[in-house]
Design a protein around this ligand. Structure first.
Ligand SMILES: Cc1cc2nc3c(=O)[nH]c(=O)nc-3n(C[C@H](O)[C@H](O)[C@H](O)COP(=O)(O)OP(=O)(O)OC[C@H]3O[C@@H](n4cnc5c(N)ncnc54)[C@H](O)[C@@H]3O)c2cc1C
Length: 432
């Protein structure tokens, strides 16, 4: 008997990992990817000869599912761990941040605020129960711990410039999980340590694609799914944008949730409605290749009324890339006017911001810039989100739907998508 056929929508880490685990379990697997390359949000591009993620990617010590998958795939390119630093640019000056000593020396907080802040950070790394945090906003949680002044000075600008009109709705559980993930990625209490895969995330994506194909699976690029096909309450395939119909016994959609209502509108309109109303912000990410370092930090948070970005990531302070590489992410809802700015305007503005942080930078230091855009880059996980996450197993037999918000309170991450995919495929059981 032929193996049951699984169609997977999306070749990001979740789709590729699902395809790999399903093919390994004996399913016949095909992946449909709308874009021209696999990797999703973690995909690379060629930056004048340097293979680089379109959006910065680092790994944390807790990314055990990425490490396990790398081992399963027999990858020879290792994970490298690097001691990294964090900075905070506040009102025109750059400070060290993110460890007990820099907190003690940080001049923008009073002694009591420092104790409260330190306790919050420490307790966040130890806590594992998050049910209560799901019921309050990050804003109220921070104010409760550190006071309104600290929230307004340090956190409000970050939230406003990432979530805009959604800023006050974001759940405390989501933020806590981010603090915990980073807070535990340390060599010691004094030293943060982050990882990168040799060759970048592309090494993992390439290894996954090779393994899927070696197990008989196929990956079709430039093949956007347009309709999920349903008959008698059971999924039966997918129609692609060019009208091609691909039959399947099981369909797993890993596309960002805002795309799902359209995929179901024709064939399962009742179910389509269940996926409406999940907000998601986009990102425009400027990448600068420079001759000179901006700072010694991997990332710099920013709280400065004259700078309209929440921070930047100096990636070359993690992965050696030859020239200096700095990512400047502009998160914003895709309807925000800045989303439509030209690449050149965004590159100029973001470089001017970097010059404010390091006035020694001159236009001569600019080698090249690149801009990557994503309409849906960050789910808005609001208060009470846990109860809103749909079951990935839909009422349509054989149809599974998930995206990065399904592993809330964890934030979107490569390792988290891999773990989710592995569990989802394990729940399908053995074929036949
Ligand atoms: C700016 C930024 C920085 C990040 N930094 C990190 C980091 O440092 N560390 C980390 O672990 N994670 C990071 N992430 C998150 C990480 O990239 C994601 O968690 C991960 O890529 C999610 O994988 P996924 O497969 O679940 O979703 P995606 O990567 O979103 O993959 C979904 C895929 O579905 C495809 N698709 C959509 N619609 C269709 C359709 N109709 N038909 C076919 N295909 C379709 C998309 O093209 C995409 O390839 C970052 C993300 C961003 C945006």
């Amino acid at each position: 008997m032929a193996a049951p056929r699984i169609l997977i929508i999306g070749a990001g880490p979740m789709g590729l990992a699902a395809a790999y685990y399903a093919a390994r379990a004996g399913y016949s697997v095909e992946v449909l990817e709308a874009g021209d390359r696999p990797g999703g949000m973690a995909a690379h591009f060629d930056f004048d000869g340097l293979s680089l993620e379109r959006f910065y990617h680092f790994c944390c010590r807790s990314d055990v599912d990425t490490l396990q998958l790398m081992s399963d795939l027999g990858m020879t390119r290792p994970m490298n761990w690097v001691e990294t630093r964090m900075g905070y640019f506040v009102d025109g000056k750059l400070y060290r941040f993110g460890d007990p000593v820099s907190l003690l020396l940080f001049p923008k907080l009073g002694p009591v605020e420092k104790v409260r802040y330190g306790l919050m950070a420490f307790w966040s790394t130890r806590r594992s129960d998050w049910a209560k945090l799901d019921r309050i906003s990050a804003r109220d949680w921070f104010i409760g711990w550190c006071g309104k002044r600290v929230y307004d000075k340090l956190w409000r600008p970050l939230f406003q410039l990432k979530f805009f009109e959604h800023a006050d709705r974001v759940s405390a559980a989501w933020v806590w999980q981010r603090i915990k993930r980073l807070g535990n990625s340390r060599k010691s209490i004094f030293q943060e340590e982050l990882g990168y895969i040799e060759g970048g995330t592309q090494s993992l994506v390439d290894a996954l694609v090779r393994a899927i194909e070696a197990l008989g699976g196929t990956l079709r690029l430039n093949a956007p799914a347009r309709h999920i096909l349903v008959e008698d309450d059971a999924v039966c395939g997918v129609e692609t944008a060019d009208g091609d119909v691909r039959a399947a016994d099981i369909v797993i959609s890993t596309a960002p949730l805002p795309y799902v209502p359209d995929l179901l509108a024709r064939t399962a309109p009742d179910l389509a409605g269940a996926y409406a109303g999940f907000d998601n912000v986009g990102v425009v990410c400027v990448i600068h290749k420079l001759k000179r370092r901006v700072s010694a930090n991997f990332w710099v948070n920013i709280s400065d009324p004259a700078i309209e970005i929440p921070g930047f990531v100096e990636f070359s302070n993690l992965r050696p890339t030859g020239d200096v590489i700095v990512y400047v992410p502009y998160y914003m809802p895709a309807v925000h006017p800045k989303f439509a700015w030209t690449d050149a305007d965004l590159a100029d503005e973001s470089f001017a911001y970097l010059q404010r942080v390091n006035p020694a930078l001159t236009p001569d230091d600019r080698i090249a810039s690149h801009v990557g855009r994503l309409r849906y880059a960050q789910p808005v996980c609001d208060v009470g989100f846990a109860a809103r996450i749909p079951d990935p197993r839909t009422p349509v037999s054989g149809l599974y739907v998930a995206d990065t918000s399904f592993y809330y309170p964890e934030d979107r991450g490569v390792s988290e998508s891999i773990r989710f995919a592995r569990a989802l495929v394990a729940n399908l059981g053995a074929p036949g």
